[in-house]
Design a protein around this ligand. Structure first.
Ligand SMILES: O=P(O)(O)O[C@@H]1C[C@H](O)[C@@H](CO)O1
Ligand SMILES: Nc1nc2[nH]cnc2c(=O)[nH]1
Length: 313
């Protein structure tokens, strides 16, 4: 059993069986929608929306830009299940709750999961609006004892020591670039990169931004990695798409306040320094602006998976 167990899988699955038509009950692909990206739910055919409060084991999403619905439906002819709103540890949710929906998806037979998020860019070559196909991560919380796989194993069929150097499926990543080609996207629309997971809810200081960049991260966010770990533990193929919603504030150099004051005292005219900050509103606005692009990519990848392309099952 896992920490804080028992996990109510049987109850959750039994509720789903009563609410979801048989045709949609064995989804091929799981999707998690990041901040401002839940619009995907609107394009599912034959959609059935289930409020999280009807599902044992599910908590509520409390963050603006996240709904609290599990959506079942079809993309083309492929049955999918999508979380319209995810859970973050900074909301006060336990890690076991954050990843519970991923485990439920696995119990329903999902083998491929597409996880989206909104993220800040650390790499100055990334532009706001770019979608980063994540190929690796840096998770300081994992390295310092905040890992959803900590604790007794769910059962002996799970690996105790899970390797995650291959967490981000190469075949699924290939599908995204093939999808971008079919959608005639500009080359700049997509990039590849490493996602840094931080707990949030504070955004980064400039020094933290420099630190994460120096460590090799391209984007930073407050979600996703716990879900990736659970999905890998459940044996799923994982794909992660990060929408760059803002540049992390990393000024070129520190403008000394002492020098500014000394210059003023010497009668020199100084340039006013305005400290920049990030806001969640900015994140959501970008999510709305680029939501259709993210949706188009995800739909195309699902279509490819449905056709058995790319080596993903
Ligand atoms: O759920 P995601 O990772 O898309 O949300 C990001 C990270 C924080 O939850 C929030 C900060 O603006 O957006
Ligand atoms: N940590 C973090 N998460 C984000 N989510 C969206 N933008 C950001 C950001 O700049 N930093």
């Amino acid at each position: 059993m896992h920490p804080d167990a028992p996990l109510p899988f049987a109850e959750t699955l039994s509720v789903l069986q009563t609410l979801v038509p048989p045709k949609l009950l064995s989804p091929r692909v799981g999707i998690i929608c990041g901040s401002g990206l839940s619009g995907l739910g609107g394009s599912l055919k034959e959609v059935v929306l289930i409020s999280y409060d009807r599902l044992p084991g599910f908590v509520q999403s409390t963050v603006p830009g996240h709904k609290s619905f599990l959506a079942f439906g079809l993309i083309g002819s492929v049955p999918v299940v999508a979380m319209l709103g995810r859970f973050h540890p900074y909301e006060g949710h336990k890690l076991s709750s954050v990843v519970y929906p991923v485990r439920v998806m696995a119990k329903m037979g999902v083998k491929n999961i597409i996880i989206t998020n909104a993220a800040g860019a650390l790499n100055p070559n990334l532009a706001v609006g770019t979608i980063v196909v994540v190929h690796d991560h840096i998770a300081l919380p994992n390295l310092t004892g905040m890992n959803p796989l900590l604790g007794p194993q769910i059962d002996s069929s799970y690996s105790r020591f899970l390797p995650i150097s291959d967490a981000y499926s190469r075949s699924l990543r290939r599908l995204v670039f093939q999808a971008a080609h079919q959608l005639s996207l500009d080359r700049e629309a997509l990039a590849e990169g490493t996602y840094a997971w931080v707990s949030g809810p504070t955004y980064e200081t400039a020094a933290e931004g420099r630190f994460l960049r120096a460590a090799g991260a391209d984007v930073v966010g407050m979600s996703t990695v716990p879900e990736v770990l659970a999905a890998r533990e459940e044996g799923m193929n994982v794909m992660v798409l990060s929408l760059v919603t803002n540049m992390v504030v990393i000024p070129e150099g520190y403008k000394s306040v002492r020098e500014e004051v000394e210059a003023e005292l010497a009668g020199k005219v100084t340039e006013a320094v305005v400290d920049e900050v990030v806001s969640h509103e900015e994140v959501l606005t970008l999510g709305r602006e680029k939501g259709d692009l993210m949706k188009a990519l995800v739909e195309k990848v699902v279509e490819f998976i449905g056709n058995g392309n790319g080596g993903a099952v």
